[in-house]
Design a binder for this molecule. Structure first.
Ligand code: SOE
Length: 401
């Protein structure tokens, strides 16, 4: 249900969202808030949310603020009052829904990683390019690009503030799989999720590395590992994985994705990159950290302090040089002219408001949004190269441009 009447003179765009779990709730927050914070020429309307379980999706619609509920994504896409299709489902349905939505003339926002395979991502990028010629836009939900401190970091790299990049170092650490009794959910099955920590967390840091560096990774050497190879089945996965019976009689199924991925990479400019993505970093809940070292200085960021960016200017006299903290809450900083006075920080949820803002801005101005499906495809190619390299025990694997 809409809480306010549309603002006079603004074109309304109906949003139809598929999926309503964690990411669906985060996206809903973005759609609900964006028009109240940013002054945009268009206004999103939370038209309908879609999920297979009728009762659950109706409850989600009420809880998250959607006017209607659908149980079939094809019916959602067919609605005349839906202009934007927002895909928040597991990776195995991204390609089918996105390609159908683009063919039906809708704009598309798709959660990361773009797809489960390079082939699917290629088909999606192709569909997006054709749709672009018809005035539609398609964007991938790499929300961390929308942390103001990281958008500022990109700006500073592009302005040459740290000179030629030498090192691009990123880690994304979680610990929710440490318990071997944690159940075998869809995120642990290759056919549903595509890959494990690699696609879920590694995709974010590969996208950030390419965004910040302004170039694409040219090749990788990788190791991956699955530390716990069987886990208790839950309803969701019992059928899909044909369960094994473990000692003690509990039904267990095989984990078919990586628990962790560690890899290095090269950029065409000569900069070296290192990446670590894991669900086994005890004590780390959602720790995304990065540091860039350039010929003239460095930048560092920690998601646990997301209103801050550390900057070292190597041109300063050695006696007083050092990393200093930029508090990224000034109106001149990316996205912040619309928010609170300086010093009043933002959080994780605001990245989804910014994501909605950027998509609506692209639609209203007819410009290509970033990250585009082509950007999502380039991340997918890196993920595939990581898997290929890891299968050959870390042999350097070039990535076609
Ligand atoms: C789970 O690992 C997860 O929710 C990811 O899927 C998100 O993309 C990340 O932002 C937080 O962690």
């Amino acid at each position: 249900m809409r809480e306010t009447e549309p603002e006079a003179g603004k074109r309304q765009l109906g949003v139809g969202m598929v999926g309503y779990a964690f990411m669906g709730a985060a996206h809903s927050q973005g759609w609900r808030t964006v028009g109240r914070v940013f002054d945009l020429p268009v206004e999103p309307v939370l038209t309908a949310v879609c999920g297979r379980d009728g009762g659950a999706v109706r409850a989600a619609a009420d809880r998250l603020g959607w006017s209607a509920a659908e149980t079939d994504w094809r019916a959602l896409i067919a609605r005349d009052d839906v202009d934007i299709v927002d895909i928040c489902t597991p990776g195995d349905s991204h390609a089918e829904i996105a390609v159908a939505a683009l063919a039906a003339g809708k704009h598309v926002l798709c959660e990361k990683p773009l797809a489960n395979t390079v082939e699917e991502a290629e088909g999606m990028a192709e569909a997006a390019a054709l749709a672009r010629a018809r005035g539609q836009v398609a964007m991938v939900g790499f929300n961390y690009r929308r942390v103001p401190a990281l958008a500022l970091a990109r700006r500073m790299v592009a302005e040459g503030r740290i000179g030629a990049l030498r090192h691009v170092r990123l880690t994304y650490l979680q610990d929710w799989l440490v318990d071997p009794e944690f159940p075998l959910t869809w995120r642990l099955l290759k056919e549903r999720a595509g890959s494990g920590a690699l696609g879920d967390l590694g995709a974010h840091i590969v996208d950030l590395a390419q965004y910040l560096a302004g170039e694409q990774v040219a090749g990788v050497s990788a190791l991956t590992e699955t530390f716990v190879r069987e886990r208790p089945l839950v309803d969701e996965t019992a059928q899909a994985s044909g369960g094994l019976t473990a000692e003690g009689g509990s039904r267990r199924g095989a984990v078919t994705v990586d628990d962790a991925a560690v890899f290095t990479g090269r950029f065409p400019s000569g900069a070296l990159a290192s990446f670590e993505a894991t669900r086994f970093a005890t004590g780390r809940k959602n720790a995304l950290r990065l540091e860039l070292n350039g010929s003239k200085g460095s930048l560092a960021f920690d998601l646990e302090r997301l209103n801050e960016l550390s900057f070292h200017d190597h041109g300063e006299p050695a006696a007083s040089a050092g990393f200093r903290r930029i508090l990224v809450t000034e109106p001149d900083h990316p996205y912040l002219d619309a928010w609170w006075p300086p010093g009043h920080g933002l959080g994780y949820e605001h990245t989804f408001v910014h994501q909605a803002r950027d998509l609506l801005h692209a639609i209203a101005t007819g410009t290509e949004p970033a990250p585009s499906f082509a950007d999502g495809l380039s991340v997918q190619r890196v993920l595939a190269a990581v898997e290929e390299s890891a299968a050959k025990n870390s042999v350097y694997t070039p990535i076609p441009a």
